[in-house]
Design a protein around this ligand. Sequence first.
Ligand SMILES: Nc1ncnc2c1ncn2[C@@H]1O[C@H](COP(=O)(O)OP(=O)(O)OP(=O)(O)O)[C@@H](O)[C@H]1O
Length: 268
Amino acid sequence: MSIEVRNLEAGYALKPILRDVSMRIEEGKICALLGRNGSGKTTLLRCLNALITPTQGQVYLRGQDIARLSRVEIARMVSVVPQSTSAPFNYPCLEVVLMGEAARLNLWSAPGEAARQRAKGVFKQIGIEHLLDHDYNGISGGEQQLVLLARALFQDTPYMLLDEPNSHLDFSNQHHMMSLMRQLAKQHGITMLITLHDPNLAVYYCDEIVLMQQGRLVCQGPTLEVLTDFNLCAIYGNNIQTDHTSRGMQVVVPKAIVMGAVEQTLVC
Ligand SMILES: Nc1ncnc2c1ncn2[C@@H]1O[C@H](COP(=O)(O)OP(=O)(O)OP(=O)(O)O)[C@@H](O)[C@H]1O
């Protein structure tokens, strides 16, 4: 159940964005997609979910070219946690999560009691049972992000695509969410691609990293092999580097912090 991308080119109208992107993520791996703003991460996720049709190249899920699959077939395989949490609807959170069942229902049927119980179980798993009956538009951005995560988990697919799923979450929930993702990938063999802006979350939780720059894939490999000073500098500029905590864990920090330059600036 790997994800395979071959020589992908894609963009918007006359604006090419992705150029010659090829990569492979093996089953059960949790892969971080890192890159500067506008480097093409969301565009790549949209191609993997067939929301954008590539101008060249192919995406294979379970060895099947997704260009040949119907929307329903794709929805049974791929769940998405989108970057934006805003929604044109205002349903109770439980109903939002139950929408994850849509691809498994016939046209005129609705989720039954068993589906409702399963959905409630997912709320509990994430620790948001208190949001069950709240209106989706009446909760915070971080809470909305957790509800969208619940919907994706409820959809119960072999592939998950998460686009900055932590952007609204507090420190504790960021780690809770990432460790839950890791647990799911390992226990259920779910293959995940997660765009992140904090490389440290990739260090702690992801098996591998894909680095993107200006629509091209710069590098893919095991997390610590990819997060070298050289690669970080090439992607993010000269003010970032790796360091180690007192327990020997690799972390990514701004150079100014390592050299004490921030304190010097403050004193001045
Ligand atoms: N709907 C769209 N129509 C036209 N251009 C778009 C559209 N969405 C994104 N772009 C452009 O495509 C490029 C890549 O955007 P994309 O959202 O894939 O980047 P990203 O790496 O996910 O960025 P970020 O980290 O800021 O979310 C950017 O130049 C962006 O302006």
